[in-house]
Write a protein that binds this ligand. Structure first.
Ligand code: ZN
Length: 240
């Protein structure tokens, strides 16, 4: 089995379809998603359906949460809050119910999926460093846990000590724990504007990060056409 782990798709249809084509070329057999299917970009319904079609293994991201709950958006970034309201209007009741039903984490055949961090997934904490990763590891019961939320692909490994940083590949070794951010399909923030996702080959224990060029101009045009904040189009080209 070879999984493609997708995260932070954020309604970016051009990025998602490029990633799905790349995954197919690489012989991926199964899909999983670490959340934030919607938010920021202009194709929430199409992205949600494409993910649902391929996998039942999706967890709830903060954008999925706020787009499917009628809580107020205090504390949410104003740019993101505008888009949450717009996104709610683009989804059917049934699609909103689907997002509403997503769990905060799930365990799948030896690995775990979470959007933010396992120690308090509903608080949407960001993991950028070893200390934050350590809090997660205390709650991680599988060898590998994939996560998202920061839109920055980083891999943390716990052996005698915790180590972490950017990665291209990770080989999963017995007796160690791995907490791996798969990067963002639809809004990368590590300075590389190409879509990011990871594959996990269960037989070889190899996790690989992939970057995929896509039609950024088309995604930007849709943001403008939808009347979404222009800043959201600008940041796609910058990967920030
Ligand atoms: Zn996100």
């Amino acid at each position: 089995m070879k999984y493609a782990i997708l995260g932070d798709i954020h309604s970016n249809w051009e990025a998602l379809t490029a990633v799905l084509a790349d995954a197919e070329r690489r012989g991926v057999t199964d899909y999983a998603c670490v959340g934030d299917v919607v938010g920021y970009n202009a194709d929430p319904a199409a992205c949600l359906e494409a993910v649902r079609e391929r996998t039942a293994l999706t967890v709830r991201g903060n954008h999925d949460h706020y787009c499917s709950n009628s809580e107020d958006l205090d504390g949410f970034h104003p740019l993101a809050a505008d888009v949450v309201a717009w996104t709610r209007g683009q989804l059917s009741e049934e699609q909103v119910a689907y997002l509403h039903g997503l769990p905060y984490s799930r365990t799948v055949r030896g690995f775990t999926l979470v959007h933010s961090t396992l120690d308090a997934p509903e608080r949407w904490g960001y993991v950028y460093d070893k200390l934050e990763a350590e809090a997660n590891f205390n709650y991680q019961r599988t060898a590998v846990c994939f996560f998202g939320h920061t839109h920055v692909p980083l891999a943390f490994e716990r052996a005698a000590e915790i180590d972490g940083g950017p990665y291209a590949t990770v080989r999963v070794q017995l007796g160690r724990r791995y907490f791996i951010n798969v990067g963002s399909v639809g809004q990368p923030r590590d300075g590389d504007p190409r879509a990011a996702y990871a594959t996990y080959d269960m037989a070889s224990g190899m996790v690989e990060l992939h970057r995929v060029a896509y039609d950024i101009g088309a995604a930007q045009q849709k943001i403008r056409d939808a009347g979404l904040p222009a800043r959201l189009a600008v940041r796609l080209a910058a990967g920030s």
